[in-house]
Ligand binder design. Structure first.
Ligand code: AMP
Ligand code: MG
Length: 420
């Protein structure tokens, strides 16, 4: 029987993953495909935006010095968005303008049509107009040469808007990692295919891991589960290793006779980096590399698989995408405390599923209940993983504990009850 040997610390394991995982090369996809990716290099404004002074309203451009209430203005030209007027505005004159229309020569203010007698060859001014009213200054959004987005910025809708407004049709970003997931286990049945026979379970892990990888920003694909048979595992594995930057499997990495994943990997030339972590849940995690491919063999217990994905695979995806260490916007860290002492006699870091409540002392963590590694329903209740130990045998009531927030929305949710 193969045994784990010395288990490594959770922090060391993460360190090894990050240290052996490169940032992927830069690519330049069209804007519409850059969402969720990380900018490579700083991005500067190409020109003053808006390029020209323009109107913020539909109305008339005029000289504010002429703007006495009751005065009648002849309308000498018009300037819809996209076609500047050919005439300037002389003393006592006005040019009809539309929102976005360029402010004509001579004018310094726009009076909205509702403050006049209305459209026509002339109009009467109904209310005063100060200089600069309803005029958008050139360069008031960004100035030519200004740093708009810094290297490492996560591209979301606002970043796409800004880049597009400056005429960028594509953006240099780090390539999206390709993650392939599959489960191993003879007992597994494809959800939706048929009823279970005694002893069988539906393959929930590959769907869970697929969703987690996608949530982390990876390009994902899932393969059908492999039985606990050397041939089946080897052929699934070699297929996955062909096309992936990261392969994630579940099951078959413990010390049982049917736990063949590690053996098959070594046969296929994957170099073992570690196997066995001082972690609960998730002790038997295997991590290895083969050239450019990272391989994570996660345990089959559904909670272990998902928690270990959070702790090791997600950071690897983030690294490949070019996010800075510990700057995963989707997984902020925060200090939490427990109302009562929490023991940890396992000698391993306990990644404890907790719910969070805001109180006047900070974030109070509370166990979601039983912490068994098969309790998938517990994950739907967890806001965070509180990382306890292993250097201590638990934490005292009120003692600060670092937590990885799985649902960043709770940190800002107004619904979180205050008090406590
Ligand atoms: P293993 O790590 O292969 O020993 O599996 C540990 C436990 O997790 C067993 O109870 C398995 O039935 C269960 N399990 C393994 N793979 C999956 C999966 N893909 N989906 C749901 N449960 C699984
Ligand atoms: Mg198994």
């Amino acid at each position: 029987m193969q045994t784990f040997g010395e288990l490594i610390d959770h922090g060391d394991a993460l360190g090894q993953v990050l240290q052996s995982t490169p940032v992927l090369e830069a690519v330049e996809p069209p804007l519409s495909e850059a969402q969720g990716l990380v900018l490579e290099g700083d991005l500067y404004a190409r020109f003053d935006s808006p390029m020209h002074e323009n109107s913020a309203m539909d109305g008339f451009a005029l000289r504010s010095a002429d703007a006495e209430v009751g005065r009648v203005f002849p309308v000498v030209d018009e300037a819809p968005a996209g076609s500047p007027a050919t005439k300037g505005v002389g003393e006592g004159e006005a040019v009809k303008v539309f929102t976005g229309g360029v402010i004509p020569e001579g004018a310094d203010a726009v009076v909205p049509v509702e403050n006049t007698s209305g459209y026509g060859a002339e109009f009467e001014l109904k209310s005063p107009v100060r200089s600069g009213a309803n005029v958008r200054g050139s360069g008031e959004d960004v100035r030519e040469g200004e740093l708009m987005l810094s290297d490492g910025a996560e591209i979301g809708p606002s970043e796409i808007a800004l880049a597009a407004s400056q005429g960028y049709g594509s953006l240099p970003v780090r390539r999206r990692p390709r993650v392939v997931v599959f489960s191993t286990g003879t007992e597994l049945v494809e959800p939706g295919s048929r009823e279970l026979s005694p002893g069988e379970v539906y393959d929930s892990n590959s769907y869970a891991l697929l969703a987690q990888a996608r949530e982390a920003g990876a390009g994902v694909s899932r393969m059908a589960s492999a039985t606990d048979d050397p041939g089946a595992i080897r052929s699934a594995m070699s297929q996955a290793l062909e096309s992936a930057d990261i392969v994630v499997t579940s099951g078959g990495v413990s010390m049982g006779e049917r736990d063949l994943v590690k053996e098959m990997l070594l046969e296929l030339g994957v170099e073992q980096r570690f196997w066995g972590i001082k972690l609960k849940p998730g002790k038997p995690v295997f991590y290895g590399t083969r050239e450019d491919v990272r391989f994570f063999g996660l345990p089959g217990n559904p909670v272990s698989a998902m928690v270990c994905f959070e702790l090791f695979v997600r950071p690897a995806i983030s690294r490949m995408m070019g996010r800075r260490e510990r700057e995963d916007p989707g997984r902020p860290r925060t200090e939490v405390y427990f109302d009562e002492a929490v023991e940890n006699k396992f000698g391993r870091t306990h990644a404890m599923r907790v719910s969070l409540t805001r109180t006047d002392r900070g974030w109070r963590a509370e166990s979601v209940g039983a912490q068994g590694s098969g309790l998938i329903s517990s994950l739907t209740k967890a806001d965070a993983l509180a990382m306890i130990g292993p250097e201590c045998e638990g934490v005292a009531a009120g003692e600060p504990v670092e937590a990885i927030v799985l649902r960043p929305g709770v940190l800002t949710s107004p619904e979180t009850p205050a008090g406590g």
